[in-house]
Design a protein. Structure first.
Length: 232
């Protein structure tokens, strides 16, 4: 089971605006609808860009921008200055919008979307099927993936759970399967042996809790003795 996808999480009824939409109209639209962004589309419905509440706030703040001094202008990038001026003084959606829109397909997993948002430092992605706009997934939508109940209860044997925990441990560079043993009884995972640090103790609990079928986790490990730790 791969978990929820963009299709499961997205807001499907997306409010869009044409490129000629005035700034004040977009601000009123976001306020009235309680949304934080609006895609800009052409007459065929193709996404051209997106205007966010941050863009509108930047536009408002730009009204108090002061001209750069002649000395500061010597070290500034004219192209960057021109782009900022257009975005902070523009009067329509096409002036303010961010043209580089990060998009995903309806089948993209929530985990991959979260990774994209974290990596690219964005708050939302557009869901597209080809050129067709299907919806938007925001950070708030991703939170629903964390709290949503599982589609079905996973029942695995204790031995399968134990093997899954061990396999997961072997994939992590901070674990030590030689000094840390795993016992599973009726879905309860217990770690025995030694640990190198309290951080490892916490990480082992999290690792086990992410294994399907695990009902609880108990840590019975002890701090690694100095004579063992020094020889490891």
């Amino acid at each position: 089971m791969t978990g929820p996808t963009a299709r499961d999480l997205m807001t499907p009824d997306v409010v869009t605006v044409p490129p000629e939409t005035p700034v004040m109209a977009m601000a009123r639209l976001l306020s009235d609808r309680g949304i934080s962004a609006v895609p800009v589309v052409d007459p065929a419905g193709v996404v051209l860009g997106i205007v966010t509440e941050a863009d509108l706030i930047r536009r408002l703040a730009g009204e108090e921008d002061k001209p750069s001094s002649w000395f500061g202008a010597l070290f500034s990038d004219p192209a960057a200055q021109a782009e900022r001026f257009a975005r902070t003084h523009g009067v329509t959606a096409k002036d303010l919008m961010t043209e580089k829109v990060v998009s995903v397909t309806p089948d993209t997993t929530a985990a991959h979307i979260a990774h994209m948002m974290e990596e690219q430092k964005i708050r939302r992605v557009v869901v597209q099927d080809g050129d067709k706009l299907c919806g938007i997934v925001s950070r708030a939508d991703l939170l629903r993936a964390l709290v949503a109940p599982p589609h079905q209860e996973v029942e695995l044997s204790d031995e399968r759970i134990r093997r899954a925990v061990m396999a997961s441990m072997k994939n992590q560079p901070w674990t030590d399967t030689f000094y840390t043993m795993v016992e599973v009884k009726e879905g309860k995972v217990t770690f025995h042996g030694f640990r190198r640090s309290d951080a490892v103790q916490k990480a082992l609990r999290v690792l086990a809790e992410n294994i399907p079928g695990v009902k609880s986790v108990e840590d019975d490990t002890q701090p690694m003795p100095i004579f063992i730790y020094g020889a490891a």
